[in-house]
Design a protein around this ligand. Sequence first.
Ligand code: ADP
Ligand code: ZN
Ligand code: ZN
Length: 755
Amino acid sequence: MEVAKVIIDQNSHHTDRPFDYKIPGELREAVKVGSRVQVTFGKGHKKMEGYVLGVKDIEKPRYTIKNLQGVVQNVPPLSELQIDMILWMKKTYLCTYMEAISAVAPPKAYGNIKEKKDVYVRRKISSEKLESQLEKTPNNAKRQREILQYFLEEEELLLKSLPGIKSLYKNAVNALEKKGILEVIEKEKASKLLSMKSPSNPPRVPLTTEQKKALETMKEGFQQTQQNGVKGKTYLLHGVTGSGKTELYLGLIEKALEMGKTAIVLVPEISLTPQTMERFTARFGEAIALIHSSLTLKERYHEWEKIQQGKAKIVIGARSAIFANLENLGMIVVDEEHEYTYKSEQNPKYHAIEIAKYRSEKEGAQVILGSATPSVESYYRGEKGIYELISLDRRVTKHQLPQVEMVDMREELDVGNLSMISGSLKSQIEENLKNRGQTILFLNRRGFSTFLSCKKCGYVEKCQDCDITMTYHLPSDELICHYCGKKKKPITECPDCGSTTIKHFGYGTQKLEKNIENLFPQARILRMDVDTTTEKGAHEKVLNAFKNREADILIGTQMISKGLDFPGVTLVGIIAADSILNLPDFRASERTFQLLTQVAGRAGRGEDLGSVVLQTYKPEHYSIEEAIKQDYVGFYKREIGLREAFEYPPFTALYLVNLMGEDEDKVYNTAIKISKGIRYILKNEGHSDCLEECILGPNPSVITKINKNYRYRILLKNINIDKQLLKKVLKYVCINKRKQFVPDEVNLSIDFNPY
Ligand code: ADP
Ligand code: ZN
Ligand code: ZN
């Protein structure tokens, strides 16, 4: 008798195993491995759907087996490769089958797709005003306070993204709406599908010698692996901003297509790189399928259908496009490979590069990781020869990298300038306006207000054991290290200079815009941040307006740092270079260097030479020093030494166990039980000596509470202990013994290589 092993489409670890169903004779033809099927489940014979992961022939079952009810129409079955990947992901990321399937399988499409509207909550007042509102809100308005906290950092959130929002919270949202602080709005699901042009055969630029050499090397590598049928190579293409990397991607894809192969191109966020997209569509047109999160369901379905039917030879998209089930995959390009958007925030918490490498091994595809500022981990692999490292050191355009001028903002304070704009930046903007050059002003708001800093000398309190900025917690008025849990009273006097000007940082793009308006009333100003780009297509509108020189100054957040090519920009001003230096994250220095280099790279891409003014409170920090020189390798050399000294990746692996739930005691006790369980087993395995270093926590997470949910974390580091063993122990305690350790009200998730 033929039995199907079915994974039930229900995201619960209780049902996270294959269930047997008999394949009745009339369905034998229709049911395949990978099919989406209808079944009845449990004692109540509830109608459910699921996926067939395997079919086996058994003699006589020892128990009664239910019949499969049918096959779901219009859903293509999972391919063999996809099923392999699902099994591998489950093993690798310790997620459930359904979580892995949801990541890998294209979106389900049932009959008619109705477009639903999204409900958003957005704040109507500035975050500064909101902060004072929060202070005014009485403590007994607990839910209102919680919701307000949420909007300190965010302008707008999907209503349903506020986890566990219940009627009491809805009341709180309504109350805040009545007060004019928040508003609830419905929006059409935004579509940002770029118009698909047929290939226009734009004139090909002759490649520079440097480009040619790089392209030849990668093409040869491709040819060899394709002919010998071995696993594909991974290249790390490190090329300064404007060195013509995109031109090389185009060349490589062309080669892949010539050899009958297909290609995937990953970009951090499509809506942020419309110009890059245009270059691809101009060259390859209809052969491209575009996949990204702002497509409507209908559009997304259409694009996946194109892939499924083999009409698309190239898939371009954000993170999830790595799962595109193209046949004959030959080339995977990961542009701006250092971007953290490649890491999934949901289970399975994969990184797109990990999936790319898996596919490269399985399907023989070549991987190209491109960046002006590679992740430290990638560059390390390049140095070690695990990746083949290719460097482009020169810009293709007339001018080389712009000069960066550093302004020490502490000295501005000394001369009585308390504003966000230094004297030097002010005069350079003036000069640039006169010469009809365009200016970009960059301000990053992330990470402000969560740490304390001395305004006079820039001192920031760090944990001595972890070298991580301590995070300020308002409710308890404490500084906490989110790695090891160490606590401290906040400083009121700077230990370095004795000043008492200890401040929360708090800047905003709106405030900056006002500032600039006052200073330069004659200038035409555009602002690009979450506030100004919520409307459909607003993003492109702002970018196009600036490109067409309808404005002199563009003020923006990290949105403007990525891959934009404005030939008219001759001045870039970085308002606070150290803004993310103080995130409680061992990657904070790396991200600072990357962001500064990317932003600086927006200047001087056209006919005229560019310059950059970088304002900072921390000019002696190596990330800032090397960013001023725009010397990636210089930065890398200093960073890698610290990574080794403090035992961070790539020298150790980090595993993070997240626990979340409404009952803080339960969450905390679960965390304690789990960490004890891990310690106990490691002790038995003879590792009592390294427990202290290996298991950090449980500690409250950086955001200790999201809506009703308390969050705790346990961090594991493989110091003096085998990675595989640590992973095995983790699996045993968190997955195999889950019933014993984790009550249903507590949510547990595991992150290998957390970001
Ligand atoms: P990167 O991706 O390395 O920042 P791009 O590929 O975007 O660089 O190239 C920057 C600009 O230079 C683009 O406008 C591109 O069309 C142009 N370009 C690329 N290669 C050449 C070349 N060999 N000669 C002239 N212009 C080029
Ligand atoms: Zn100080
Ligand atoms: Zn610490």
